[in-house]
Every structure is written in C-alpha cells, then in structure tokens.
Write a protein that binds this ligand. Structure first.
Ligand code: SF4
Length: 226
C-alpha cells in the first residue's frame, strides 16, 4: 500500500468538489436538529433519518426540553422511519437530558467546551459511538474533527491509502495527519465522501464515472486501474 503523500488528500478533495459541487452539509435548520439527526442517522440511509426528523418537527417535538421529558415510547412512535427506533428513542432522550442539564440547551455552551473534553463526555452516553459524536462535534459545534465512516473505508482502501479493515481511529488519523485543521474543509470533505460512496464508489464501483480515478495524470486509484 502506498504511503499517503502530502497533498494527495487535498487533490482528491479538489477533484470531488469540482465534480460534485459543495454539498452544503449538514442539512438542518438548527444545531440541535443536527445533533438529533446524527443520532437518527445511525445505521440507516439519510432519507430515513430525515423523515424521522421531519416527524419530530411536525409534532413540535424537536425541542430539547420536550424530548428530555418525553416518554420514550412517544419519541419511538415518531421516529419509526429511522429503524432501531426504540433504541434511538432512548438515546435521543438521554442526549436531550444531558444537553439541557449540562449545556443549558444552548449550542454555544456546548461548542465552548474544548473538543476532546466534549468528545469524551458525549462518548460516555449510551449508544453514541465515534461517528455520531464526531458528527455532532463537527457539524453542530464547529469543531475541527474529521468524521469517517464505512464509505471512507471503502473508498480509501480501494484507492490504496488505507488497509481494508482500517479502524475508525486509523481512518481519522489519515485525514488529521495530512490536512490542515479546517472546519469548512472537514465539513465538506466528509460530505463529498458520502456522496461518492452513495453514487459511484458503490459496492460494485462505477469507476468509469469516477472523478478521482485519475487526478492530474499522476494520482490514481489502485482499484480503478484494475
Ligand atoms: S476509481 Fe473506482 S474504486 Fe476508485 S474511488 Fe473511484 S469508484 Fe471507487
């Protein structure tokens, strides 16, 4: 496997941006909606999570105080489209309780906490894994934390920049060690990866349509050349 060369990740991002345009993530009206959306998006397509967010909103429940005091069954009924709704209802209620009790339901108060301290606190909540917590840190709190996921593993292992079984931490280090800490860049880069993984670098990749298959005649995807 080729060692990641300085600049390769920037070249890949620039090619994705040129091909797909800015992705304008996270698709939410408020930081709290982003936080709840990140929990609802666990293990499902975004369309499912988005429908659950809309249901909460339509019921007037996209409110931290209401969710903190709600019956879990009531939340579950509204978030059925997100699947695993009973588990997610518990997670959302617990998260809302902490958000109210420790951060006064104020996104600025949460964002004021140092990134690693906040990350540890949120990871201690039941059912909130690294991808969910890092999504909250980056997209709701504006922290320079790179979010990685299964699409990242698939694309960058095919590219030859990660091993196939790369851990979350290993993937995250690839980006953290090779990119400037830049919230706007981290925001859109992850969104581009998700878009590429959804549309082109699928389980059966459509390499002939891939904007990063060859970049500038020198940088090439290892799998795309097969
Ligand atoms: S060239 Fe093919 S395997 Fe490589 S990133 Fe693009 S779609 Fe995926």
């Amino acid at each position: 496997m080729a060692a990641p060369l300085a600049g390769d990740l920037s070249l890949i991002y620039n090619a994705l941006l040129a091909a797909f345009g800015h992705q304008h993530w996270w698709p939410a009206e408020t930081p709290f909606e982003t936080m709840i959306g990140a929990i609802l998006a666990q293990n499902v397509a975004w369309t499912n999570a988005a429908q659950a967010v809309r249901n909460l909103d339509a019921a007037g429940m996209l409110d931290p105080h209401l969710l903190a005091g709600a019956d879990a069954g009531e939340i579950a009924r509204l978030i059925v489209p997100s699947r695993f709704y009973n588990q997610k209802a518990e997670r959302i209620r617990e998260f809302a309780r902490v958000y109210v009790a420790e951060f006064q339901a104020d996104p600025a108060a949460m964002a004021a906490v140092e990134a690693e301290t906040l990350r540890k606190r949120l990871l201690a909540l039941r059912g909130l894994g690294k991808e969910t917590v890092d999504s909250i840190l980056l997209y709701a709190c504006g922290k320079p934390v790179f979010v990685v996921d299964a699409y990242t593993r698939r694309i960058f292992s095919r590219y030859g920049l990660l091993p196939e079984g790369a851990s979350y931490d290993h993937m995250q280090r690839l980006f953290a060690d090779n990119l400037e800490e830049d919230v706007a860049l981290f925001n859109d880069y992850h969104a581009q990866i998700v878009f590429l993984g959804n549309t082109i670098c699928r389980k059966s990749p459509l390499c002939d349509r891939c904007p990063v298959r060859v970049i500038g005649g020198t940088l090439r995807c290892a799998r795309g050349q097969a």
